[in-house]
Write a protein that binds this ligand. Structure first.
Ligand SMILES: Nc1ncnc2c1ncn2[C@@H]1O[C@H](COP(=O)(O)OP(=O)(O)OP(=O)(O)O)[C@@H](O)[C@H]1O
Length: 233
């Protein structure tokens, strides 16, 4: 599903250049649940931005569902992003003046889905994440965990091939974090390919494989022997 070969990325500020990704190689197969770990500054967000087609590498190749992701114009990149990827963020990124239901339905509007289908589909995904009773509420009436569930429903509603989650539990307390990871595990059990960026070891052990980044290189890439469940973290 994801195939990355010898990826390099540098940031240039003035006369200096910071080499952040120094030859990343990895593959993610359909249906995997993988975490990308590493300390602050190791390059996790840089890698995720490239995977999410929000930025491009300087060198190396990236194939997403066998499609080469390179030199795409804005319009094509946006189309691919809609088709292939769903995003989940640490800070939820919900629109505060729209209800939970309208937040989930929003991307479908931009994809030209009719109003009736948008609302039906969004309601079904809110049900899936356990939030149907909260459909008419605004984000500020929801807890952090509930907000993240809305964001997950929004990411799923377009049925992307891959979910990219950037520190999805970063703003949540421990118990709520495990509940959100439990939901992510359930979505993965249904076949969705999911990548989770985290710097928390317990969260990473709720995924099936941990890729460890340090100073822009992968220092370890291993399957988790015993994937932890929410009540046994
Ligand atoms: N747009 C940019 N311009 C210049 N330097 C950048 C830019 N983005 C990131 N960096 C630098 O690149 C390095 C890697 O940053 P990155 O955000 O990928 O790390 P990270 O592992 O995600 O860290 P964190 O866990 O703190 O988010 C850091 O030293 C950072 O300061």
């Amino acid at each position: 599903m994801i195939d990355i070969k010898d990826l390099h990325k540098s940031y240039k500020t003035g006369a200096t250049s910071l080499h952040v990704l120094k030859g990343i190689n990895f593959n993610v197969k359909e249906g995997e649940l993988v975490s990308i770990m590493g300390s602050s500054g190791s390059g996790k967000s840089t890698l995720l931005n490239i995977l999410g087609m929000l930025d491009e590498a300087d060198a190396g190749s990236y194939h997403l569902d066998n499609v080469p992701i390179k030199n795409l114009n804005e319009k094509i990149a946006a189309q691919y992003r809609n088709k292939f990827l769903g995003f989940i963020f640490q800070s939820f990124n919900l629109i505060n003046y729209k209800t939970a239901l309208d937040n989930v339905a929003m991307p479908l509007y931009y994809q030209g889905v009719s109003r009736g289908e948008r609302l039906d589909r969004s309601m079904a995904y809110l049900e899936k994440v356990g939030l149907a009773p909260w459909a008419r509420h605004l984000p500020n009436e929801l807890s952090g965990g509930q907000k993240q569930r809305v964001a997950i429903a929004r990411a799923l509603a377009s049925d992307p091939k891959v979910l990219l989650a950037d520190e999805p539990t970063g703003a949540l307390d421990t118990k709520t974090s495990y509940e959100v990871m439990d939901l992510i595990q359930g979505i993965n059990d249904e076949g969705k390919t999911i990548l989770v960026v985290t710097h928390e070891d317990d969260i990473a052990h709720m995924t099936k494989r941990i890729v460890n980044l340090k100073d822009g290189v992968i220092i370890d890439d291993s399957f988790v022997k015993q994937v932890r469940a929410k009540d046994h973290v």
